[in-house]
Design a protein around this ligand. Structure first.
Ligand SMILES: Nc1ncnc2c1ncn2[C@@H]1O[C@H](COP(=O)(O)OP(=O)(O)OP(=O)(O)O)[C@@H](O)[C@H]1O
Ligand SMILES: [Mg+2]
Length: 263
C-alpha cells in the first residue's frame, strides 16, 4: 500500500477535488483505494455523500482512545473505501501535539493497514494549514502530491510546501517521502496568465509536474453539490477526462521506467 498525501497549505487550490476524483478514477480502473479525510471541514467525505459523524473520524484513534476497527467505510465504488472526517479532528492540533511522538502517530496508526495489504493506495486529503494534521500526513506518506492553482499566488505557496517536504525528509522523521508530483489545477486556456504559470512551474520543477492539467470547469462545483465524483456526475466532461488522464499518468509513474499501462 502506497500512501499519498495531497497537500498544500494554501486554501482552495483543488486538494479535495483531486483527492476524491483521483481516488474514484483509480478505483474505477480497478485499484483498491482508501481515501482518508484528514480535514475537519470534511469536504472529501461530503463529496462522496458522507456526513461528518462524531466518532467516525480518525481523531479518537490518533489520541489513543479507539482502534481502526469500524472506521473504514464502503462507498458507492466497489474498490473505494473511506475514513471520513469530523470536526473533532481539529482537536488534534491541541491534543495530539502534547504527545511526544505526535508527528509519527498517524504513521503508527496506519501501520496495520499497510501490513494487511488490503489497499493499493491510501490517499490523504489534508487541511489547508501548517498544523499537525498536515505535517503528520506528510510524515506518514510515501509520496506528496501537490495541487496548485494556475495563478501567480500559487507559485509562492508551492515553494513553501516543497520546503516543508524537504524539512520532513531531512529531519529524519520520514526520510523516504518523495515528491510524487505537482498538479496544475483550475487551468483556463483562454488566458495567457494560466499558460505562463504552467510554463514557469514546468521550467522549475520539470518532470515532477504532471503532463495532465486540470481545466477550470463548472462541473466540479456542481458534482460536489450533488455529492458525486465527476465520473458519476459528468461522465465525459473536460474535468472528468482530465482526472481520468491523471489516474492513468499516476499509475504509469508507479511502473518501472519504460513500461506503460493501457488506458
Ligand atoms: N477544476 C476546477 N474547476 C472549477 N472549480 C474548481 C476546480 N477544482 C476545484 N474547484 C472549486 O474550487 C474550490 C476549492 O476546491 P477544493 O475544495 O478542491 O480545494 P482545497 O484545496 O481542498 O480547499 P481547502 O484548502 O479549503 O481544503 C471548490 O469550490 C471547488 O469546487
Ligand atoms: Mg480541501
Amino acid at each position: 500500500m502506497k500512501i499519498i498525501a495531497i497537500a498544500n497549505q494554501k486554501g482552495g487550490v483543488g486538494k479535495t477535488t483531486t483527492a476524491t476524483n483521483l481516488a474514484a478514477c483509480l478505483a474505477q480502473r480497478g485499484s483498491r483505494v482508501l481515501l482518508l479525510d484528514m480535514d475537519p471541514q470534511g469536504n472529501a467525505s461530503s463529496s462522496l455523500g458522507y456526513r461528518a459523524a462524531e466518532g467516525q473520524s480518525l481523531y479518537r484513534v490518533l489520541i489513543g482512545y479507539d482502534t481502526l476497527a469500524g472506521k473504514v467505510l464502503p462507498t458507492r465504488f466497489p474498490t473505494l473505501s473511506l475514513i471520513p472526517a469530523s470536526m473533532e479532528l481539529a482537536g488534534c492540533e491541541v491534543e495530539l501535539v502534547r504527545s511526544e511522538n505526535h508527528l509519527t502517530r498517524l504513521r503508527d496508526v496506519l501501520q496495520p493497514l499497510k501490513a494487511l495489504n488490503q489497499f493499493d493506495f491510501l490517499i490523504i486529503d489534508c487541511p489547508p494549514s501548517l498544523g499537525v494534521l498536515m505535517t503528520s500526513a506528510i510524515a506518514a506518506a510515501d509520496g506528496l502530491l501537490i495541487p496548485i492553482q494556475c495563478e501567480y499566488f500559487g507559485l509562492e505557496g508551492l515553494a513553501r510546501i516543497v520546503d516543508i517536504h524537504d524539512q520532513i525528509a531531512a529531519s529524519g522523521v520520514n526520510p523516504h517521502v518523495s515528491l510524487e508530483g505537482i498538479l496544475m489545477t483550475m487551468y483556463d486556456g483562454r488566458t495567457s496568465h494560466s499558460r505562463s504559470v504552467v510554463a514557469e512551474v514546468r521550467r522549475v520543477f520539470e518532470n515532477l509536474v504532471y503532463q495532465t492539467v486540470i481545466p477550470r470547469s463548472i462541473a466540479v462545483a456542481e458534482s460536489q453539490s450533488y455529492e458525486k465524483a465527476l465520473i458519476e456526475y459528468d461522465t465525459n466532461g473536460r474535468a472528468t477526462q482530465a482526472y481520468r488522464a491523471l489516474a492513468e499518468e499516476f499509475l504509469n509513474r508507479q511502473l518501472p521506467q519504460g513500461d506503460t499501462q493501457a488506458a
